[in-house]
Design a protein around this ligand. Structure first.
Ligand code: BTN
Length: 242
């Protein structure tokens, strides 16, 4: 299985895209010390300075159809959350769909991108950014209230190589389970680590803002929200605030 470690790249997502278009097989992974144009969800930038984090992208070629990419999004967040918990002992949780939080601050973000051809899914690229060895002064001012790192949370530097290996192992096991047993078992593990369920949340997406209580996720990975007036709605994408 192909693994490439780079000193610097605009984005590991672009690197994996090139490999994927060249026909490389599933599981190929690119890691970079630094990204000069790291990308986040909704066209945001992802701050990726040298040596401070795990910036990596993984190629997936799921057998299931395109409908299932939201499930893979949740699966990837779950893998990172479980690896962080077992490797560092930090009490990490998942905010729907796939931000990993510690003490209410973001420690990992995931960007799932898919390539289509004739409405068929060709591949997905799971981009994972974990804030590992930042200290408080390392963050730009706008990030410090919302972001944290494993070093800040544990008071120690954390070995990025071993943590990256733990994430990939966890991802491989969950992905295998998903291919063999389907999404239900993943959904149950996800719900157990979710910090967004059974509490009042606000969801914002292209349709506007909805307030309510998050009840759970359905079999497609969408979030089920009960609004104040009792109506239940299904949210397929968006961002939530707790
Ligand atoms: C988000 O929370 O907005 C998602 C952030 C995803 C960041 C990772 S770092 C590795 C990969 N390469 C990128 O350019 N982005 C993802």
């Amino acid at each position: 299985r192909q693994a490439i470690i780079m000193q610097s790249t605009p984005s590991t997502q672009g690197e994996v895209q090139q490999l994927a278009d060249g026909g490389v097989s599933e599981g190929a992974v690119v890691l970079a010390e630094e990204q000069t144009n790291g990308r986040g969800r909704y066209g945001r930038r992802w701050y990726s300075p040298p040596g401070k984090g795990i910036w990596m992208s993984i190629l997936l070629r799921p057998q299931q159809s395109l409908r299932n990419t939201p499930q893979l999004t949740l699966l990837t967040g779950l893998a990172v959350c479980r690896a962080i918990r077992s490797f560092t002992g930090v009490d990490a949780g998942i905010k729907w769909p796939n931000d990993v939080l510690v003490n209410g601050r973001k420690i990992c973000g995931i960007l799932m991108e898919s390539a289509l051809e004739d409405h068929e899914l060709r591949y997905c690229i799971a981009g994972i950014g974990v804030n590992v060895n930042f200290d408080k002064q390392d963050y730009p001012e706008e990030l410090s209230p919302i972001a944290t790192s494993l070093q800040i949370e544990t008071g120690k530097t954390v070995d990025r190589t071993l943590l990256a290996a733990a994430i990939l192992t966890e991802l491989e096991q969950l992905y295998d389970m998903y291919q063999k047993q389907g999404f239900n078992v993943i959904a149950a593990l996800w719900e157990a680590l979710s910090v967004s369920l059974h509490r009042d949340i606000k969801v914002s997406n292209a349709h506007g803002i909805v307030e309510g209580t998050a009840l759970g996720i359905d079999s497609s990975g969408a979030l089920i929200v009960q609004k104040k007036d009792g109506e239940r709605i299904t949210v397929f994408s968006g961002e939530i605030s707790l």
